[in-house]
Design a protein around this ligand. Structure first.
Ligand code: GRF
Length: 218
């Protein structure tokens, strides 16, 4: 069975959705560890309560980004994971780090990339007046919030939405698609071809590869 390491910085609800999918038997991976760059990351308690090994590599204890990234890579490598899953990990990673984990490092971003990379995605979506918003799971490349897209889920932007209501609608989709993307990786369905993700699942299982449709919660 493939093993994963999950990186968090805060609340950890995406991490929780992954742990729940593993516990439910719908995600065939072993969670080797949950790592955080802050000792006060709320998700660390959730992970520990679920019996998962946790580690903290405090970015503030390092003089440079490169020094932190080297320590983080070493802490991850200690678990020899097949896949590193960024789940609300709020640090920009150096090119060297990304190269070290190339093809086995994925992220979830709360927008339909390539629209709205960076922060405050929900407010920016509202300010732009877009009618469709969502989330993206992608392989990580050195460019911020960029890289081959694995899966996206879309939600409508409703009249009267504010950043919080839109974030909640998107987050519900994040919790659906992240376990799905990790499962596809674990089952060997994802191939990187010319910088794009190609599904190598047999044709007859294509139905299972359709992204869950957003349900509008009014
Ligand atoms: C999520 O919206 C994720 O897409 C973004 O940061 C947020 C993390 O939330 N990268 P959580 O810590 O998983 O609850």
């Amino acid at each position: 069975m493939k093993s994963i390491v999950i990186l968090i910085s805060g609340r950890g609800s995406n991490m929780e959705s992954l742990l729940a999918a593993v516990a439910a038997g719908s995600l065939p991976v072993r969670v080797a560890a949950v790592l955080a760059n802050r000792a006060d990351a709320k998700g660390l308690e959730t992970a520990a309560a679920a019996g998962v090994v946790t580690r903290v590599v405090e970015h503030r204890s390092f003089a440079s980004r490169d020094a932190f990234d080297a320590a983080l890579a070493e802490a991850i490598d200690a678990f020899s994971p097949d896949l590193v899953v960024l789940a609300g990990f709020m640090r920009i990673l150096s090119d060297g780090f990304v190269r070290h984990f190339a093809g086995r490092l994925i992220n979830i971003h709360p927008s339909l990339l390539p629209s709205f990379p960076g922060l405050h995605t929900h407010q920016r979506a509202i300010d732009e007046g877009v009618r469709v918003h969502g989330c993206t799971v992608h392989f990580v490349t050195p460019a911020l919030d960029h890289g081959p897209i694995i899966v996206q889920a879309a939600v409508p932007v409703l009249d009267g939405d504010d950043a919080a209501s839109l974030a909640a609608r998107v987050l519900a989709q994040e919790h659906q698609v992240y376990p799905l993307a990790v499962r596809w990786f674990a089952e060997g369905h994802l191939q990187l071809v010319d910088g794009r993700v190609v599904f190598s699942a047999p044709q007859d299982s294509a139905g299972a590869l359709v992204s869950p449709l957003a349900r509008v919660a009014r």
